[in-house]
Design a protein around this ligand. Structure first.
Ligand code: ZN
Ligand code: ZN
Ligand code: ZN
Length: 291
């Protein structure tokens, strides 16, 4: 047994109640994989989508490290992570739960119209709606809406209020299974690929260099995420890049920027329909925020 920290104490209480927990570091993200597991070289933890032989004693593989085992949580191997941790997360799917993460007031308004009431927890700008039942996870199923369940973690922000109800089909229907079409890693798209240049952005107030540099940076972020959701990175990159042009008279060639993000996302194994939806949702979210 190592010295408990206040955050670890919360984690232990949650684990005792059946929620698999993990520490979050600054930035409210999981601790990075240990060196031996870089690039998922070990094959991953046994409870990940791709089962593996990982026996790392320290928190590793993000949500897949989540556990209810008090011996692991209080082990010396986990102590450095707790000492540095700024928050606790839990693995909803591991507790047969689904968190509908509503990022903003518009998303909450949509949920109130379209989803059955359940337990809700306030977040920084939005709410978590928690349902009984697990399902595949997916980011950006709608503007401002993520589904966190089987392969995701959710930050613990308190027990919330309201009676938890059963996961409705309306939520299940939001997720197009990412495994539905085979990955096309390394296979070039057959459709003609648009690339961004000045000719498609005659109404953009930014320099070509500024746009191109931002785009290349975004594409490299997407390409680095073969393992942990290139689709959600595509959403974030699309949203970020579109937000740069909300005050341009236009056109800014966003279609071509979108095509480049889709191509980068498909190149790391994400099915094209999913990549397209992530980019479209990212653009839409940027425009809605600007409006
Ligand atoms: Zn490891
Ligand atoms: Zn590992
Ligand atoms: Zn522009």
């Amino acid at each position: 047994m190592t010295q408990p920290t206040p955050i670890r104490r919360v984690a232990c209480a949650l684990a005792a109640a059946g929620l698999p927990v993990l520490p979050l570091r600054a930035g409210k993200v999981p601790f990075g994989n240990c060196r031996a597991c870089t690039g998922n070289a070990c094959g991953g933890r046994p409870n990940m989508k791709t089962a593996g032989p990982c026996t790392c004693p320290a928190p590793c593989h993000a949500w897949a490290a989540a556990t209810t085992d008090p011996h692991i949580i209080t082990s010396p191997a986990w102590a450095p992570a707790w000492a540095e941790a700024v928050a606790v997360a839990y693995h909803p799917g591991g507790a047969e739960l689904t968190v509908v993460d509503l990022d903003n007031p518009a998303a909450i308004a949509w949920a109130r119209e379209n989803l059955p009431a359940t337990r809700t927890v306030p977040t920084t700008r939005g709410q978590h709606w928690i349902y009984q039942g697990a399902m595949p996870s997916a980011n950006a199923v709608r503007p401002g809406v993520d589904i966190k369940s089987r392969s995701q973690y959710a930050r613990w922000l308190g027990p919330g209020t309201g009676r938890m109800t059963v996961l409705p089909s309306a939520v299940r229907a939001l997720v197009v299974r990412e495994e539905a079409t085979p990955a096309r890693r390394g296979v070039a798209s057959s459709s003609p690929r648009a690339t961004w240049d000045r000719t498609v952005a005659s109404g953009c107030r930014h320099t070509e260099r500024y746009v191109r540099t931002g785009l290349e940076r975004g594409l490299s972020i997407v390409r680095q995420h073969t393992e942990t959701g290139a689709g959600s990175q595509a959403f974030g990159v699309a949203r970020f890049l579109a937000a740069q042009h909300t005050t341009c008279p236009g056109p800014c060639g966003l279609d071509a920027i979108g095509e480049e993000i889709v191509a980068a996302t498909v190149s790391v194994g994400v099915p094209e329909p999913y990549a397209r939806r992530a980019v479209t949702n990212g653009f839409q979210t940027a425009l809605e925020r600007a409006a």
